[in-house]
Design a binder for this molecule. Structure first.
Ligand code: FAD
Length: 434
């Protein structure tokens, strides 16, 4: 067997190549993790992403609520891979992948053959067929999503300040869908923006007329956490004036109204969607058997059935934890660790070394509800709440940030917001402005 080729299934070379080519599709936690681990591999590495930036999704709600600037949440992919001589980055959308022909097709690029492929295209919003949601809801999964939401909310307050009749029409009311971390964190952050900065920015607007309502279809929010955390979270949301509705779900959305399944209509010009994810839709065209949520099932080495040269990592993959036998959640730490494992494994195969199955190192499940209010549940079931949990959240998430520069920037922004309670990002700048 040629040194550097995958072990079981020799790859038909569609073109003559000096050394193996590794194509990584997606530059999120998983794709970047894989690329960094291939730094010293005797291979040509090509990373393709439709954006030229890596998005740090856990901080999207901080961008949407004006706490952080865009550059603290998005980082140039090229910059992250500087100094990696064997790696090329392309900004292009992947349109098709031919697993049999070992070829990736993209916009603005010639078809690209590969010896190894890392599928790291992440997940996308799932509106579950809710009427009006694709047109009118604000999802919270991408950088443009967060910027769009921030600008929409700022614009609603500016408009209502000039025309107070809009307030009674629900211009300032926000409905947040989903009682998981994305929904709870978004509702908490928006409530702090409303009751803190906006209360001072718009002294003529009566605060009680600007409602934030969190809607969860199940009987409780934060079902992934223990009861003490759920209780704490409800109190923390209540303190921030977030109204929580459980056991009801959104049936339809229009630009100014949200209709619930129970028949209740909420006057709200903003609906934030944090209710559901599914694997990137491209997976449906791969001819693979998919698992729940459109995710690709992988084996212990994170390879795809019948394709030992293809790795699926991060949110796009259904990875079974070897310790618990449960499918791992769609988390940044799972994305980063699985991507790194794929990169390391490919580098070892190329060097003719032995590889190991993937083992996830659990850092706990955590979420932030607001300033000084966070929750953590450790692997053994121990829980933390409040400031201690916020410090743990900060430590884990700082470690996930891609560079020291990003870490320094986030610390300055978080410390600044903590001391001054100011959300300096609450301005709108448009390229079309004078
Ligand atoms: C609002 C929010 C808050 C979160 N908070 C936390 C948290 O606190 N802690 C935590 O651990 N996790 C959190 N997560 C989950 C975590 O962010 C994800 O699990 C992680 O981003 C998954 O990494 P990934 O690399 O698989 O996918 P992604 O980070 O989504 O990266 C996928 C990449 O693929 C690219 N791409 C997609 N389609 C194409 C295409 N057709 N062509 C080219 N490129 C394409 C995208 O541009 C993107 O860069 C949060 C997620 C969200 C949405």
């Amino acid at each position: 067997m040629r040194k550097g080729a995958p072990r079981r299934d020799p790859v038909p070379m569609t073109e003559r190549r000096e050394r193996p080519r590794v194509v990584i599709v997606g530059g999120g936690f998983a794709g970047i993790g894989a690329a960094l681990k291939l730094k010293d591999a005797d291979a040509d590495v090509v990373l393709i992403d439709k954006h030229d930036y890596h998005t740090f999704q856990p901080l999207l709600y901080q961008l949407a609520s004006g706490l952080l600037e865009t550059t603290a949440v998005g980082h140039s992919i090229r910059d992250l891979l500087h100094g990696q001589d064997n790696t090329n980055v392309h900004k292009a959308s992947v349109t098709a992948i031919d697993l049999e022909g070992h070829e990736v097709r993209c916009t603005e690029l010639e078809p690209l053959g590969y010896d190894y492929l890392v599928l790291a295209l992440g997940a996308e919003v799932n509106f579950f067929g809710t009427e009006g949601a694709p047109e009118h809801a604000f999802p919270m999964y991408t950088l443009p999503d967060a910027v769009r939401l921030k600008e929409h909310v700022l614009q609603r307050w500016e408009t209502a300040d000039k025309d107070p009749t809009l307030i009674d029409d629900g211009a300032l009311n926000v409905v947040v869908v989903g009682g998981g971390p994305t929904g709870v964190e978004s509702a908490g952050a928006l409530a702090e923006l409303y009751r803190g900065d906006f209360a001072k920015d718009y002294p003529n607007i009566p605060q009680e007329k600007a409602r934030i309502v969190l809607v969860e279809a199940g009987p409780e929010i934060f079902v992934m956490f223990k009861p003490d955390i759920r209780e704490y979270t409800l109190k923390a949301l209540d303190k921030r004036t977030v109204e929580v509705v459980t056991g009801d779900s959104v049936a339809a959305v229009s630009p100014t109204r949200v209709t619930l399944k129970s028949g209740t209509t909420l006057d709200a010009h903003t609906l934030v969607w944090g209710a559901g994810l599914q694997g990137n839709r491209l997976v449906q065209s791969l001819g693979l058997e998919l698992e729940r949520g459109n995710r690709i099932g992988v084996g212990p080495e994170l390879t795809v059935a019948d394709h030992p040269e293809v790795y699926a990592v991060g949110d796009i993959a259904a990875i079974t934890d070897s310790k618990t036998n449960h499918v791992l959640p769609q988390l940044g730490s799972v994305g980063l660790q699985s991507g790194e494992h794929a990169g390391e494994t490919i580098a070892k195969l190329i060097a003719g070394k032995k590889t190991k199955p993937f083992r996830y190192r659990d850092k706990g499940t955590m979420a932030t509800i607001g300033r000084g209010a966070a929750v953590v549940e450790m692997m053994g079931g121990r829980t933390m709440k409040g400031k201690m949990a916020q410090a743990a959240w900060g430590t884990v998430h700082l470690a996930l940030l891609p560079t020291n520069e990003d870490r320094a920037k986030a610390i300055v922004d978080w410390a600044g917001a903590g001391l001054t309670h100011q959300r300096t990002g609450r301005i709108t700048v448009s390229a079309g402005d004078d």
